[in-house]
Write a protein that binds this ligand. Structure first.
Ligand code: SF4
Length: 368
């Protein structure tokens, strides 16, 4: 059945009662559900974009402690902001959060607006997040349709259309809007999300036997649930190769900051050069940086997938007698508490920590 057909709406309407009843019994207690203030719902929804609940949980309380309200978030420095998000990835989200907090103070008297149209004017809030905040925090019957809900809907309807077509989300949102329960709007938003998280799973076999919609679901009846949602083949990600140099001198580590705009804007990383250099190439690079006697020691290779690109990385460690170069030199403690490193660099950060924990290895530098 196509998403847009008239027959889709009555089928979706049948799910409302069973889903709400199931959620009342089975919904998990999550920090933003037990205390659903608009600010907490907003932050949780931004954190949950492209990130699963289990990964968000350790960050949420820490973020709330650091920035307990909109005014505190608006006043956050770059360093505080990026450090609070370190490891969650997609750092543009937290920059947008702060920009939106400042706009909320300037335009809405410090209170997050409840209308979908107003929410959509804030940076980082798109259709899905506006629907989630309007329904969960303010009880408005606004559907929130993300990839999760697209998957559940495609399976409920046994719809084989390509869900990556952007226009389809609006179609699905309009269909759900006709049946979204106005008296329990927020609970229904969360019930549908929960179904996608714990029953109608994105990877692996959906748990249809324990699904409250099993008697309604068309794809379960047709045996096609595992084929759905259908996605046209994705384009391959472009690959970037990089060589990181972990430079240590007198117990401090060289760091440089990425440009404000662009990928991982404002984050910190180790000095690097394009390409996958061998040891001789890394030694030449060190010499070009003025570290004439340093010997690069390989520490391994890693790869990191971003949404639209892939990094393939190799790394070398070198102990320098002097702190040369235009880098910032931080202690291991600074790396933990002050400078936010993107997840792509965590492999090398951990290799560096292992090296610093065994100081006798520092004899690898014959220049000392
Ligand atoms: S019956 Fe299975 S495929 Fe259908 S909505 Fe439930 S979990 Fe998903």
């Amino acid at each position: 059945m196509d998403f847009a057909t008239d027959a889709a709406v009555p089928l979706l309407a049948q799910t409302v009662g069973p889903l709400l009843a199931w959620y009342r019994e089975n919904g998990r207690d999550l920090p933003w559900r037990t205390e659903p203030s608009p600010y907490r719902v907003w932050v949780s929804e931004i954190m949950l974009q492209q990130t699963r609940i289990g990964a968000v949980l350790p960050y949420f309380d820490r973020f709330m402690t650091a920035f307990p309200d909109i005014a505190a978030l608006a006043a956050a420095s770059d360093e505080q902001l990026l450090k609070s998000w370190e490891g969650l990835g997609y750092y543009r989200r937290v920059r947008n959060l702060r920009a939106a907090a400042r706009l909320v103070l300037a335009r809405f008297g410090g209170e997050l607006p409840s209308a979908r149209e107003d929410l959509l004017t804030l940076p980082g809030i798109g259709d899905y997040t506006a629907g989630a905040i309007a329904s969960i925090a303010f009880g408005r019957p606004e559907p929130a349709v993300d990839g999760n809900v697209m998957r559940v809907t495609a399976r409920l309807l046994d719809c084989h259309a390509d869900v990556t077509r952007p226009a389809l989300r609006e179609t699905v949102r309009r269909q759900w809007a006709q049946v979204w329960p106005s008296s329990e709007a927020g609970m229904f938003t969360q019930a549908l999300m929960e179904l996608g998280e714990v029953r109608c799973l994105p990877h692996g076999t959906p748990v249809c036997q324990q699904c409250p919609c099993r008697d309604i679901c068309r794809s379960r009846a047709a045996g096609t649930a595992l084929e759905l949602p259908y996605r046209a083949a994705a384009k391959e990600r472009p690959v970037e190769e990089r060589t990181f140099l972990l430079l240590v001198s007198g117990g401090k580590i060289a760091l440089c900051q990425r440009p404000e705009n662009g990928l991982l804007g404002g984050m910190w990383e180790f000095p690097s050069a394009p390409g996958l250099l061998d040891a001789a190439g890394a030694a030449r690079l060190l010499r070009s940086w003025g570290a004439v006697h340093a010997v690069p020691v390989p520490v391994g290779t890693a790869r990191h997938l971003f949404t639209h690109r892939e990094w393939r990385m190799t790394g070398y460690l070198a102990v320098l007698p002097d702190r040369t170069g235009d880098w910032v030199w931080g202690t291991p403690q600074d790396l933990k508490e002050r400078y936010a490193l993107p997840a792509a660099c965590h492999f090398f950060r951990d290799r560096l920590a292992a090296f610093l924990a065994e100081p006798e290895q520092q004899s690898c530098n014959p220049g000392e």
